[in-house]
Write a new protein. Structure first.
Length: 136
């Protein structure tokens, strides 16, 4: 183990790299380890196909059906049942792109509004006329 690793990290790595799967650290063990919790994790929430109910966007359904010759009723049924196949994968990818695009647009609007609020006209103080320096 590299000497640059802290004791806590070395401990964790040794527990992960155990050959016997029954003795090896699980994901839950890793997440409970002191080294893992030095910095609070910032886990992104994703879509868990087969575990989460996925929102059905009719606009995206139409796009998938028109561009990929998919039956809309069949696609809706597969989405409601959390099926994982080529049609639902295309749907999920377009849905995620739309969500990212929407978040980007919202962030952009917020950034623009902040810029505008910082550049709002303020009362300008009269600028004193500069006089040339007089040689002494």
């Amino acid at each position: 183990m590299p000497s640059s690793f802290s004791e806590k990290l070395q401990d964790l790595m040794q527990r992960i790299l155990v050959v016997d799967p029954a003795k090896r650290y699980t994901v839950a063990d890793i997440r409970a380890h002191p080294w893992y919790n030095i910095v609070p994790p910032c886990e992104k929430i994703g879509t868990l196909i087969g575990k989460m109910e996925i929102s059905i966007d009719e606009g995206i359904i139409q796009k998938v059906c028109n561009e990929y010759s998919v039956d809309p009723d069949q696609l809706r049924l597969e989405l409601k049942k959390n099926k994982f196949n080529s049609s639902t994968t295309i749907y999920y990818m377009i849905l995620k792109r739309a969500e990212r695009s929407q978040k980007y647009k919202e962030k952009l609007k917020l950034d623009v509004s902040r810029l505008k609020s910082n550049k709002e006209p303020t009362q300008q103080q009269p600028v004193a006329e500069e006089k040339p320096a007089v040689p002494t």
